[in-house]
Design a protein around this ligand. Structure first.
Ligand code: QV4
Ligand code: CA
Length: 513
C-alpha cells in the first residue's frame, strides 16, 4: 500500500508539466506576438477574460541584442544578451503588472523562453542591447548573466564550421550553433542553474508555464536537469504544488533522427505536422479532401493528444521561417484560415494555441518573402506601437488580432462549451463536405467543395433553434446570423453555398435561442 502511494506521488510529481494550468473551461491560449506588456494587460481585462481565453503566450521577455541592419527585425528577440526582463515589450515593472492583472482575471501567462543560446556569433560587442547591458559575442562574454567562454559549446561541437550543418546528426543539432547563435553548454550545472534562476524569477512573478524555444537543439536530459530546479507556481494564483506547463518547440515533420517523442519526459511538444497537414487538406492540395479528416489526430501520425500543443500557424511559419512550408494557412488567406481555425478549435485533439499577428509589407521575390524579417508596427525611435481598438472591435496600427475575428473568438468559446465531450456524429460526402459533433453540446459543418450543399444530418443536439456562431452570434437573446433548427431526433438541415462568405456553420448549447 505504502509503495503504491509512493509510486502515485512520484507519478503525480512528474505529470504536472503536461497540464496547461488554464482555469477549467478555458481551453485555448493566444500568442500575442510582439505585443507590449501594457497592451496585453488591457487585452486580458477587456477581451480575453470575458471571451474565455485561457492564457497568452508572450514574446521573449529577456533582454536582447538590438539589430539595426535590417532595422529592428522581430527575430532580434531570439538573441538574448541577459535575463533582465527588459525588451521592446516593456520593463520588469510592466511585466509584473501584466502578469498580476491577467492572473487576476483568470488569464495566465506563458513565456517564450530562449535558453538554448545567446546572440549570434557576429553580434559584436558593446551595449547595443534593449537594456544597455554590455556583452561581447566575439569572446562569449555576457557579464550581466554572467556567462563566459566556458559556458558555451564551442569545444563540444564537431561540425567543420561550428554551425549545425546536418540535421541527420543529433550531436550537431544539440551541440553546434543554430544559425550562428552562441550555443549554451547546458551540460554544465552552472548554466543549468542560471537558466533555472531566470525561469524561477518568472515563476515567482506568477507565470503559468513556458514555451521552450529551440528545444530540439537541447538534449532532453539537459532540459530535464534545469526543469528539476524549478519552483512550483505562485500560490497567489495557483494551487500549492502546481508545476509549470512545459511545451517544447521541436519541429518534427518526419525524416529526421530527432523525434518529438524524445521530449515527452519533459512536457508537451509543438506538433508541426498539424498545421502543415491541415493547410494541405483545406487548400485541397495533393489530392487531399476534408473527408480524410475523419481520423484526424493520432490517426494522422501525430503525437498523442495529451502531448500535443497545436496551432494553424506560428510566428515562424506564417512568414516562411522554421518549417511547415507553403501549405501553412495564415491571416493572409483569411477565408481558409477561419475554416482551419474553426476545425482545430472544434476538434478534441491537442491543446490549442491561436495566433495573433501584425501585418507586414509581404513581398515575394523568386517565391521568397524578402520582408520576412520586418518587425512589429513601430515608431521612428523603434518603440513598438500600441494596439489600438477600433469602433468595430478590430485592431488598428496594423495589428491583425485574429483572436478578435468573430469566427475565431466564437470557436474559442465553442471549445470551452464542448470541453470533455467526445468526438461524435461524423458525417462526410466523400469529398469536402464534412461535419462532426462534440457529444450533445456542439456541432460544426463545412462545405469546402465547389458546389452547394443541402443536407440533413444528425447533430446529437437537443431539439431547438440555434444561432450559428460563425455568421453571427447570440446577442441579447437574438441571433445576428443564420439560424439552425434541430428537431426532436437531433436531425437538422444545413445549406451552405460554395460561395458563402464563410462556408461553415457551428452551433452549441449556449447559443440556443
Ligand atoms: C545569419 C546566417 C548564419 C551566419 C550569421 C552571421 O544564417 O549562417 O553565421 O548570419 O551573423 C537570425 C537571422 C539569421 C542570422 C541569425 C544570427 O535570420 O540569418 O544568421 O539571426 O544572427 C528566429 C529567426 C531566425 C533568426 C533567429 C535569431 O527565425 O531567422 O536568425 O530568430 O534572431 C529551426 C529550429 C527552430 C527555430 C526555426 C526558426 O529547429 O528551433 O529553425 N525556431 C525557433 C524560433 C525562431 C527563432 C529561433 C528558434 C532561434 O521559433 O523564431 O529564430 O531562437 O527549425
Ligand atoms: Ca544547443
Amino acid at each position: 500500500m505504502q509503495v503504491l502511494l509512493l509510486l502515485l506521488a512520484a507519478a503525480g510529481l512528474c505529470w504536472g508539466q503536461y497540464d496547461p494550468n488554464t482555469l477549467p473551461k478555458r481551453n485555448a491560449i493566444v500568442h500575442l506576438f510582439e505585443w507590449r506588456w501594457q497592451d496585453i494587460a488591457l487585452e486580458c481585462e477587456r477581451y480575453l477574460a470575458p471571451n474565455g481565453f485561457g492564457g497568452v503566450q508572450v514574446s521573449p521577455p529577456s533582454e536582447n541584442i538590438v539589430v539595426t541592419n535590417p532595422n529592428r527585425p522581430w527575430w532580434e528577440r531570439y538573441q538574448p544578451v541577459s535575463y533582465k526582463l527588459c525588451t521592446r515589450s516593456g520593463n520588469e515593472e510592466e511585466f509584473r503588472d501584466m502578469v498580476t492583472r491577467c492572473n487576476n482575471v483568470g488569464v495566465h501567462i506563458y513565456v517564450d523562453a530562449v535558453v538554448n543560446h545567446m546572440c549570434g556569433a557576429a553580434g559584436g560587442s558593446g551595449t547595443h542591447s534593449t537594456c544597455g547591458s554590455y556583452f561581447n559575442a566575439g569572446n562569449r562574454d555576457f557579464p550581466a548573466v554572467p556567462y563566459s567562454g566556458w559556458d558555451f559549446n564551442d569545444g563540444k561541437c564537431h561540425s567543420g564550421s561550428g554551425e549545425i550543418e546536418n540535421y541527420g546528426d543529433i550531436y550537431q543539432v544539440r551541440d553546434c550553433r543554430l544559425v550562428s547563435l552562441l550555443d549554451l553548454a547546458l551540460e554544465k550545472d552552472y548554466v543549468r542553474s542560471k537558466v533555472a534562476e531566470y525561469l524561477n524569477h518568472l515563476i515567482d512573478i506568477g507565470v503559468a508555464g513556458f514555451r521552450l524555444d529551440a528545444a530540439k537543439h537541447m538534449w532532453p536530459g539537459d532540459i530535464r536537469a534545469f526543469l528539476d530546479k524549478l519552483n512550483n507556481l505562485n500560490i497567489q494564483w495557483f494551487p500549492e504544488g502546481t508545476k509549470p506547463f512545459i511545451y517544447q518547440e521541436v519541429i518534427d515533420l518526419g525524416g529526421e533522427p530527432i523525434k518529438g517523442s524524445d521530449y515527452f519526459g519533459n512536457g508537451r511538444v509543438t506538433e508541426f505536422k498539424y498545421g502543415a497537414k491541415l493547410g494541405t487538406v483545406i487548400r485541397k492540395w495533393n489530392g487531399e479532401k476534408m473527408a480524410y479528416l475523419k481520423n484526424w489526430g493520432e490517426g494522422w501520425g501525430f503525437v498523442p493528444s495529451d502531448r500535443a500543443l497545436v496551432f494553424v500557424d506560428n510566428h515562424d511559419n506564417q512568414r516562411g521561417h522554421g518549417a511547415g512550408g507553403s501549405s501553412i494557412l495564415t491571416f493572409w488567406d483569411a477565408r481558409l484560415y477561419k475554416m482551419a481555425s474553426g476545425f482545430m478549435l472544434a476538434h478534441p485533439y491537442g491543446f490549442t494555441r491561436v495566433m495573433s499577428s501584425f501585418r507586414w509589407p509581404r513581398y515575394f521575390e523568386n517565391g521568397r518573402d524578402i520582408n520576412d524579417w520586418v518587425g512589429p508596427p513601430s515608431n521612428e525611435d523603434g518603440s513598438i506601437k500600441p494596439v489600438t481598438i477600433n469602433e468595430d472591435t478590430t485592431c488598428g496600427n496594423d495589428w491583425v488580432c485574429e483572436h478578435r475575428w468573430r469566427q475565431i473568438k466564437n470557436m474559442v468559446i465553442f471549445r470551452n462549451v464542448v470541453d470533455g465531450e467526445p468526438f461524435s456524429n461524423w458525417w462526410d460526402n466523400g469529398s469536402n463536405q464534412v461535419a462532426f459533433g462534440r457529444g450533445n453540446k456542439g456541432f460544426i459543418i463545412f462545405n469546402n467543395d465547389d458546389w452547394n450543399m443541402n443536407v440533413y444530418v444528425q447533430t446529437g443536439l437537443p431539439a431547438g433553434t440555434y444561432c450559428d456562431v460563425i455568421s453571427g452570434q447570440k446577442e441579447d437573446g437574438k441571433c445576428t446570423g443564420k439560424q439552425v433548427f434541430v428537431s426532436g431526433d437531433g436531425m437538422a438541415n444545413f445549406q451552405i453555398n460554395t460561395d458563402a462568405e464563410d462556408p461553415f456553420i457551428a452551433i452549441h448549447v449556449e447559443a440556443k435561442l
